[in-house]
Structure formats: structure tokens, C-alpha cells
Design a protein around this ligand. Structure first.
Ligand SMILES: Nc1nc2c(ncn2[C@@H]2O[C@H](COP(=O)(O)OP(=O)(O)OP(=O)(O)O)[C@@H](O)[C@H]2O)c(=O)[nH]1
Ligand SMILES: [Mg+2]
Ligand SMILES: [Zn+2]
Length: 346
């Protein structure tokens, strides 16, 4: 299918430009991955939309990635990512799962009803900061509550520098206030639980009903996932938007820095604790516990900080263990293969 985009429309920037040699420009074409399936990825170049077959020799590729193609539209290489979202795979699987690459802005969508939960916002913020994208907290379904200000203040109390907006996703004029972040070339990802209105918001921003939304919700406490795949869509007024399926469980892994950035206030206070290795649980002269006493830090926030750190530590350790085992297994296969080849050669 032929298309007409400039590389900037697709999110190209100097960061990617500098990864291509001058002499490569004539023979290679940059392409942005907009959808991923089991055996193919769908990409957009300045002039066409193509399907590229995935092979075992290719590195893991995710929506948002930039890849280079040769004259016959064959994969040449993956460009280094500016930002990358990942999480530990859901359930008991010990695996890192890529969510999206090269995202500039993440809208952390949280609805102003029973879904409103500051600890969940903190969990998403850790994920976003770790990825190096910029978070904007979007409080959806503002039409369903009387006092939006109350909720906005609660989120701002987490971090006064945090950008927070409340919107009615069904109303285009209300959604307009988010346009400030949707500049040409910016890639925006929508994150949040199932049913909070991510696809509704995407449709209002795109000005069309491209994403399927749901009116019926099963009452099993788990919610029903309406969006089941990820696709990156260019917005006609500039910018690209990536709707994601609601994630019921985002387990953090290798996100220590993201957690530190989310809870910077606690970490700054910790520097004033009497003991350098203070655990902030019972030590005398603990500045963090003193701040909880005076109400400067919410007890819930401190508990969530501990919880996310613990979870991250456990998941990071099991992922590291898995990587080491995979590496050993790879070496074993290689050795077996070499030895059996040697035997054959006799
Ligand atoms: N009143 C109101 N309803 C909304 C708003 N945003 C979304 N909804 C409704 O909430 C329901 C779920 O919206 P979706 O956009 O499908 O939610 P989602 O976040 O994409 O859900 P998943 O795809 O399952 O992750 C639909 O019935 C929407 O019409 C809003 O701002 N106000
Ligand atoms: Mg959806
Ligand atoms: Zn302390």
C-alpha cells in the first residue's frame, strides 16, 4: 500500500539519524514498526506500508521500533531505541516482555471512578520513568464526578512537577487539552487498566472510530479486555498514538531507577536518616518515618515504595537467573553441536 509521510511524521529524529552512515542513505530505507504479529511486523516508510517477515536471525522487534530495509525491503538492522517499555511477562512466566519502543510521552490513564488508585499511578510512573519517556497522568471519565479538583490534587500531591489533566474521553473538545503534548513527530502511548477509556480517548484524538471500544463489561472483577493488540497510528494533525490493551498486571522488573524517580521525595529524605543503611522501619533518627509522622509523606506511599522495590528485586533476580541459565544452555547446545560435527567429520 502506498503512503505519503515524511520521516518526521513517523517520529524520526536526530537520535536515529546519527545511527546511519551517509553512504547508507542511498541504499537503505528507514521504516517504523506500527504493528507486530506472530511471524510478521507491519511497517511504515515514507512511501509505503509493508509487511516484513520475522526470522530467527533478527533481534526482538516491538511496536515503535525503527528498522532499516534494503532495496528489496529486506531487514538490515534494528536502530538503537531512544526509549523502551518493558515488564515482566504476566503470570508465572519468567520472561521480559517488550511493550513499545521509542515512545516520547506516556499518557497514564486512570478513570475517576472505582479505578482511581494512587498506588497504581505510582506503579505506572515507575514503568514510564524507567523507559525514559515523559509521563502525563490523564484522569478519564471526568464527567462522572463532581469534584475533579479533589482527584487532581491527590495526584499532584505525589509530585508537584507531575502533569495531570482530567478529561471526558467521549468529548473531543475536552480531549483537546491533551493536544499540547501531541506535537508533530511525538509518539504517545496510552497505558492503564482495562476499561478506563484508552481506546475512546484514542478515537477522540484521531477524530475517527478506529479503535473498537466496549460498552458491555463483564462483572467478574477482572474487566473485559476490548483492545487485544497494539498498533501505532499517525494522527492527521501530527504525532503518533499507540493504544494498548489494558494491562491487568504490570509486574515491575529491572526498574530500580524508575522507582527511584517516582519516589524521589522519599529517597531525598532518606539521605538525612541517621544510619546510612536505614531501612526506614524502626531505626532511631529515621527522617522518612519522621516525615510519615508529620504527614509530609503518606503512609500508603511509603508502603507502596517498599512493595514496588521488593517486587522489582524479586523479579529482577529471577530474570537475571533465567538469563544466566539460557546462556549456559546456549553454550551447551553449541558445544554439543560442535562435538557432533567433529564426530561426523571423522
Ligand atoms: N462517561 C464516560 N465514559 C467513558 C469515558 N471514556 C471511556 N468511557 C466508556 O468506558 C468504556 C470503556 O472504554 P474503552 O475506551 O473501551 O476502554 P479501554 O481502556 O480501551 O479498555 P481496554 O481496551 O479493555 O483496555 C466504554 O463504554 C466507553 O464509552 C469518559 O471519559 N466518560
Ligand atoms: Mg481499548
Ligand atoms: Zn530511615
Amino acid at each position: 500500500m502506498s503512503t505519503h509521510y515524511s520521516l518526521t511524521d513517523l517520529g524520526w529524529s536526530p537520535y536515529f539519524q546519527q545511527q546511519i552512515l551517509l553512504e547508507e542513505w542511498d541504499i537503505l530505507t528507514p521504516a517504523r514498526v506500527i504493528e507486530q504479529h506472530k511471524s510478521i511486523v507491519c511497517v511504515l516508510t515514507e512511501s509505503s506500508e509493508l509487511n516484513i517477515e520475522l526470522t530467527h536471525s533478527m533481534p526482538p522487534i516491538v511496536v515503535g521500533d525503527w528498522i532499516l530495509l534494503d532495496k528489496d525491503n529486506r531487514f538490515v538492522r534494528l536502530l538503537e531505541r531512544k526509549t523502551c517499555f518493558k515488564r515482566k511477562a504476566a503470570g508465572t512466566k519468567i520472561e521480559e516482555q517488550l511493550i513499545a519502543a521509542n515512545v516520547d510521552i506516556a499518557f497514564v490513564v486512570c478513570s475517576l471512578n472505582e479505578d482511581f488508585n494512587l498506588s497504581r499511578v505510582e506503579r505506572y510512573l515507575s514503568l514510564v520513568y524507567e523507559s525514559r519517556a515523559e509521563p502525563i497522568v490523564v484522569l478519564s471519565k471526568s464527567d462522572l464526578v463532581d469534584s475533579k479538583e479533589d482527584y487532581i490534587n491527590q495526584v499532584t500531591s505525589l509530585d508537584s512537577h507531575l502533569s495531570v489533566e482530567s478529561v471526558n474521553c467521549l468529548d473531543a473538545s475536552s480531549v483537546n487539552r491533551l493536544k499540547e503534548w501531541i506535537r508533530p513527530g511525538n509518539t504517545i502511548v496510552l497505558l492503564g487498566s482495562s476499561g478506563v477509556g484508552k481506546s475512546t480517548l484514542a478515537n477522540s484524538l484521531l477524530g475517527e472510530s478506529r479503535q473498537v471500544t466496549s460498552h458491555i463489561r463483564e462483572d467478574d472483577g477482572k474487566g473485559r479486555h476490548t483492545t487485544t493488540s497494539r498498533s501505532l497510528v499517525p494522527i492527521s494533525s501530527g504525532g503518533l498514538i499507540l493504544d494498548t490493551p489494558g494491562m491487568r498486571e504490570i509486574q515491575l522488573a529491572d526498574s530500580k531507577e524508575g522507582i527511584s524517580m517516582t519516589f524521589a521525595d522519599i529517597e531525598v529524605l532518606a539521605e538525612s536518616c541517621r544510619f546510612g543503611d536505614c531501612q526506614h522501619t524502626q531505626e532511631p533518627g529515621c527522617a522518612v518515618m519522621a516525615a510519615v509522622e508529620t504527614g509530609q509523606i503518606e503512609k500508603r506511599r511509603l508502603d507502596n515504595y517498599f512493595k514496588l522495590l521488593k517486587e522489582d528485586e524479586i523479579n529482577s533476580a529471577s530474570l537475571a537467573d533465567k538469563r544466566a541459565k539460557d546462556k549456559a544452555l546456549g553454550k551447551f547446545y553449541k558445544r554439543t553441536l560442535t562435538e557432533s560435527n567433529k564426530l561426523k567429520g571423522r
